[in-house]
Design a protein around this ligand. Structure first.
Ligand code: PLP
Length: 342
C-alpha cells in the first residue's frame, strides 16, 4: 500500500518550510508593504507567485490534470534534484536507471550521495520485463524511465511502465521531455491510479523555451505537496512564467512539432543513403541516434565545418546523436556528410 510517510526522508517529514510573504497573505490588496520590494513600479518589482497558479491553470486545461497534481520546477532538472532530496535517504536508498539514458539522473544521484544501480535494456533499447528486474529493484528510492529515451529515441508503452511501477517500493519517474514528438501516449493518464508515479515534462524541447528554464512534474498531491515544501520559495521567475503562458497559446508550436517530425524522417532517409552510416535507431524524439562506421572522423569533420552534434560513442559504440534542425540546417549537414563519406 502506498503511504507517502514511508517514502519521504525523515528530516523532510519534520521540516518546517519557509513561509514567504506571498504565502502568508494571498488575496487582493492595494498596498503591498510585506516583502520589502521597491514600490516604484516596473514589470518586475514584485516577487512572483510562489506556486505559479496561473501557469498551472493553463497547463491543467491543456493536459486535463488538476492544478494540485502539478509542480513547476526551474527546468525538469530542478524537479529531479528535489525528488532526490525529498525521497532518497543518502547512503541508503538507490537510484535505478536504464543506460544509455539522460546523464542528469546519475549526476543528481551522486550529488545527493545515492548509489546508482544500472539495469540492462534488452535488444533495440527496449525495457526488460518486470520479472527480469524484480530482484534487482528491491530497494526504496527512485527508478527513472526516460520515454522517449535520450539518447536512443525509444518510447516505452504505458503497460510496461505500469508493471514496473506496481512492482517498485519507491517512486517511478517517467521523464517525458520528448513526449510531444512521440507516437506513444503520455503516462500522465496513469498518475490517478498509480500513486508512486511521477511524470516529468518540460518547456525546453518542443515548446522552444530551453532558455527560460521551466519544467513540470505531474503526480498525486502527496508527492507534489512534498516538492512544494522544499523548493526555493520563488523558483520560477516572472519572465519565465510569462514566456511559458505565452507559448501555451502559441499556435505555431503544433506546426513546428509536425515539421520537425517530417524533417526527422526525411533526414533519416537521406542519412541511410550514406555509405558510412551503419544504422539509425527508430526515434520518437527530435533527434536521431546514428551509428557510423567512423564516428570520430565524422564528428571532427563536422566540427571543422561549424556543425556540432553530440558524440555518444563513449556510451554507444560509433554513435552520434543528431538533433533535427530546420530544413536548411539539415540540408547543410547532409552536404558536409556527403562530401566526407569514405
Ligand atoms: C533535455 C532534457 C530534459 C530537460 O531538462 P530541463 O531542465 O527541463 O531543460 C529532461 N530530461 C531529458 C531526458 C532531456 O533530454
Amino acid at each position: 500500500m502506498f503511504n507517502i510517510d514511508n517514502l519521504v526522508r525523515k528530516n523532510i517529514k519534520e521540516l518546517v518550510p519557509y513561509s514567504s510573504a506571498r504565502e502568508e497573505f494571498t488575496g487582493n490588496a492595494n498596498i503591498w508593504l510585506d516583502a520589502n520590494e521597491n514600490p516604484y513600479k516596473t514589470n518586475l518589482n514584485r516577487y512572483p507567485d510562489p506556486y505559479q497558479l496561473e501557469l498551472k491553470q493553463s497547463i491543467s486545461k491543456l493536459k486535463g490534470v488538476e492544478t494540485d497534481n502539478i509542480f513547476i520546477g526551474n527546468g525538469s532538472d530542478e524537479a529531479i534534484d528535489l525528488l532526490f532530496r525529498a525521497f532518497c535517504e543518502p547512503c541508503q536508498d538507490k537510484a535505478f536507471i536504464f543506460p544509455p539514458t539522460y546523464g542528469m539522473y546519475e549526476v543528481s544521484a551522486s550529488i545527493n550521495n545515492i548509489e546508482v544501480v544500472k539495469l540492462d535494456l534488452i535488444d533495440n533499447f527496449e525495457l526488460p520485463s518486470v520479472e527480469v528486474i524484480q530482484d534487482d529493484i528491491k530497494s526504496k528510492g527512485l527508478l527513472f524511465i526516460c520515454s522517449p529515451n535520450n539518447p536512443t529515441g525509444t518510447s516505452y508503452s504505458l503497460n510496461s511502465i505500469r508493471e514496473i511501477a506496481n512492482n517498485f517500493y519507491g517512486l517511478v519517474v517517467v521523464d517525458e521531455a520528448y513526449i510531444d514528438f512521440s507516437e506513444e501516449e503520455s503516462a500522465i493518464s496513469l498518475i490517478k491510479n498509480i500513486p508512486n508515479l511521477v511524470v516529468l515534462q518540460t518547456f525546453s524541447k518542443a515548446y522552444g523555451l530551453a532558455g527560460a528554464r521551466v519544467g513540470i512534474a505531474f503526480a498525486n498531491f502527496d508527492i507534489i505537496d512534498v516538492l512544494n515544501k522544499i523548493k526555493p520559495p520563488y523558483n520560477i521567475n516572472i519572465l519565465s512564467i510569462n514566456a511559458a503562458l505565452e507559448v501555451l497559446n502559441d499556435s505555431k508550436i503544433k506546426s513546428q512539432i509536425s515539421n520537425i517530425k517530417i524533417e526527422r524522417e526525411s533526414l533519416k532517409t537521406e542519412l541511410l543513403k550514406l555509405n558510412n552510416v551503419a544504422n539509425i535507431y527508430k526515434s520518437d524524439a527530435n533527434f536521431l541516434l546514428v551509428e557510423f562506421i567512423n564516428s570520430e572522423f565524422v564528428f571532427e569533420k563536422l566540427i571543422n565545418s561549424g556543425i556540432i552534434v553530440r558524440n555518444r560513442s563513449s556510451h554507444i559504440k560509433n554513435c552520434l546523436r543528431i538533433t533535427v534542425g530546420t530544413q536548411e540546417e539539415n540540408k547543410q549537414l547532409l552536404n558536409v556528410l556527403k562530401e566526407i563519406q569514405s
